[in-house]
Design a protein around this ligand. Structure first.
Ligand SMILES: [Fe+2]
Ligand SMILES: [Fe+2]
Length: 254
């Protein structure tokens, strides 16, 4: 994956092989809580990953349509129901009512509060594998209580990319698309994880479920992308994380 030090103009191609590609769609925001949206393109169609809030809809759409028209999209993956992940879902469904929403049951019950309940959806817990038109597979893996009970991550088999949602998210003002130093990135991940993630048990349990995957990069919803050589450190980061309830109720730790 070559993202370039100053590659911030969406879309940015992150992977491409045999008609299967992954793009970063932006969008830049003047906040440490800025968000990443991604597009998995497969042949003539594609799936959005965490398209974002309504304020970034126009920019993400513009970036997407430099790759694929919205009418050609087949779905959107929504890793949990937070507005920064998916408040734009109604705008996307207005553009293309045939989009399938890939999400967990706990997320699905909340999504209609954004104003649209009439859409196709795919239960990622009941059907954790999805074959795309090219034969490429996506795998959905639950990430319970990181931070939402029904949160999940998506593994793209051809690229080895793990779309991790809020897991490994970082808050930073000197954002770069690709993390340059894991060591310097840790305090920025700490800002998010210590406040939002439930507990060390949740983090360690999740690592146990994904550590066997051939992960070539971690693509979070906030902060920079973690390259292949940082994956072992990223897994260790979660194994050793003290967060959430560990900090609030230290006397009740197991
Ligand atoms: Fe969130
Ligand atoms: Fe988020």
């Amino acid at each position: 994956m070559e993202t370039g030090a100053s590659a911030r103009e969406a879309p940015v191609l992150l992977f491409e092989r045999d008609g299967h590609a992954v793009y970063w769609l932006g969008a830049q925001q003047p906040t440490a809580f800025r968000c990443n949206a991604y597009l998995i393109k497969d042949g003539d169609t594609g799936v959005l990953v965490d398209p974002g809030g309504r304020t970034v809809f126009a920019a993400v759409r513009e970036a997407c349509e430099k790759v694929l028209p919205a009418a050609a999209l087949s779905g959107m993956i929504l890793c949990h129901q937070d507005p920064d992940v998916c408040a734009s879902m109604t705008d996307w469904l207005d553009l293309n009512a045939s989009l399938t929403v890939f999400t967990s049951p706990r997320t699905h019950v909340l999504l209609p509060y954004y104003g649209c309940s009439d859409y196709h959806w795919h239960d990622v817990e009941a059907q954790p594998e999805l074959s795309l038109a090219s034969g490429a597979k996506l795998r959905f893996v639950p990430a319970p209580f990181l931070h939402f009970p029904g949160a999940f991550v998506t593994f793209d088999e051809p690229s080895g990319f793990l779309f991790s949602g809020d897991v490994w998210a970082a808050l930073d003002f000197d954002w770069q698309l690709q993390v340059r130093s894991f060591e310097q990135h840790v305090p920025q991940m700490d800002l998010f994880h210590t406040e939002y993630m439930a507990s060390n048990v949740a983090a360690r349990g999740f690592v146990r479920c994904i550590e066997h995957l051939p992960i070539s990069a971690i693509l979070p919803q906030h902060g920079g992308i973690l390259a292949r050589e940082m994956v072992p450190e990223a897994l260790n980061y979660l194994r050793n994380l003290r967060c959430g309830l560990d900090i609030i109720y230290p006397d009740l730790e197991p």
